[in-house]
Design a protein around this ligand. Structure first.
Ligand SMILES: Cc1ncc(COP(=O)(O)O)c(C=O)c1O
Length: 404
């Protein structure tokens, strides 16, 4: 396989790496008894869901579109897969459509639950008369504890709209009771290890433990970085087993997104020009702002390799770090945004116009968030299967025009 044969720009899934992640997650499922859902908000590469479906229990959706994608491409209750939906607020038409496909609906307030309770009960009678499992309803809670940095990713910051606080929960229980609620949900992690889950559970249980025994399930949300090399999987399995043992074998869900796509593919781009302004700046056909928005939001600096064609041979060189090697460059996108900067890199050999740049670990929170700012073409979507590149989808002008 030649990297120069891949059309640039293109996101490329490396299937054996995805499989590696899925095997780790499956191992957690088997040893802990927990159910693991794919959070589509982080990874929605449905063109290769065949593999994911084999290993995971279903999908976590943020609303009707993700739920529809899960239903069409992953499968729902008909093949015993879960489609578990949480949205900070649902509109009438969304609930109406979700009733046909969701297996779990999680509300962010007692008011929303009350608004749609009747509709769900009616639907459940129909489902049960047809021999299907019913829709299970849950509430998202805010345990007032999260270690996530920066604050834009922290669902427990002061004034957060995500999850019912312990005080509001007590009030809601007094007014409406919990009959019809079968699950509790919290999501307070981002790229964290199992020690953070251990500490968080202490806070969750401090406020909500009296209610757990009456629940069928508790959903521990996403943000568990289970497939990262230094993740303590044994500790996670112990935490999950211990929780289930203490609460009469309650089902536990985890809904990671990033851990599924983690280090399972790259974004390849090309050097279009190199300019000088006190430093060499390479202008690429990939953009932080349009194609890797988390580089600016998180922010983070992706790892890169440069690929040059020398005597028809592809020669790879890893970045040596900011100003570490002889040839140093700033990489930027070709949008108008002054801050469309991917990062600073350096190499032992000179960068040339036409060289390829491979941005590692670009399968999660990239494709799901990309955009056509400045009319930027969307990168293609491809996959590498047994050392063979397959182009799955390319985009054109119409994709830009349709969005405006
Ligand atoms: C409710 C909920 N579940 C799951 C996830 C997935 O998190 P991650 O991709 O970090 O595992 C998120 C991410 O924001 C979320 O908000």
């Amino acid at each position: 396989m030649k990297f120069f044969d891949i059309p640039s720009p293109c996101y490329v899934l490396q299937e054996e790496k995805l499989k590696y992640n899925l095997e780790i997650l499956n191992n957690v499922r088997q040893h802990s008894g927990a159910k693991i859902l794919l959070a589509l908000k982080g990874y929605a590469f449905w063109r290769r869901f065949e593999l994911v479906r084999e290993y995971l229990n279903g999908c976590c959706a943020s609303g009707i579109y993700e739920a529809l994608l899960a239903f069409e491409e992953f499968g729902g209750r008909e093949i015993k897969k879960d489609i578990c939906v949480f949205s900070p607020a649902y509109k009438d038409f969304e609930i109406q459509q979700l009733l046909g496909i969701a297996t779990h609906i999680i509300f962010n307030s007692f008011a929303q639950w009350q608004k749609y309770k009747n509709k769900i009960e009616i639907k459940n009678k129909q489902l049960q008369s047809l021999g299907f499992t019913k829709i299970e309803v849950g509430l998202r809670l805010n345990p007032l504890y999260s270690e996530v940095q920066p604050p834009i990713y922290n669902p427990c910051i002061k004034g957060s709209r995500l999850g019912i606080t312990p005080g509001e929960f007590e009030k809601g229980v007094k007014e409406f009771g919990l009959e019809g609620i079968e699950g509790l949900h919290f999501h307070t992690h981002c790229e964290q290890n199992s020690d953070a889950l251990f500490r968080t559970l202490g806070h969750f249980e401090k406020y909500f433990s009296p209610y757990i025994p009456q629940m069928k399930w508790v959903n521990f949300g996403g943000g568990h970085h289970i497939t990262r090399a230094d993740y303590d999987i044994e500790k996670l399995i112990d935490i999950l087993k211990d929780f289930k043992a203490r609460y009469c074998n309650t089902d536990v869900f985890l809904e990671p997104g990033e851990a599924i796509g983690w280090q399972s593919g790259f974004l390849i781009g090309e050097v279009i020009d190199i300019v000088w302004n006190g430093m060499y700046i390479a202008i690429l056909d990939v953009s932080a702002s349009a194609h890797m928005p988390d580089c600016l939001e998180m922010p983070y600096r992706p790892n890169v390799k440069k690929i040059s064609l020398i005597d028809k041979k592809e020669v790879f060189e890893e970045d040596k770090g900011v100003n570490k090697a002889k040839y140093a460059y700033r990489f930027g996108g070709h949008t108008c945004l002054a801050g469309d900067i991917i990062g600073d890199y350096s190499f032992d050999s000179e960068l040339k116009i036409g060289d390829r740049i491979l941005f590692e670990d670009m399968m999660h929170y990239s494709i799901v968030k990309n955009n056509t700012f400045n009319g930027m073409p969307l990168p293609g979507l491809g996959t590498i299967q047994e050392d063979k590149f397959i182009l799955l989808k390319s985009f054109d002008y119409n994709n830009y025009k349709d969005r405006n």
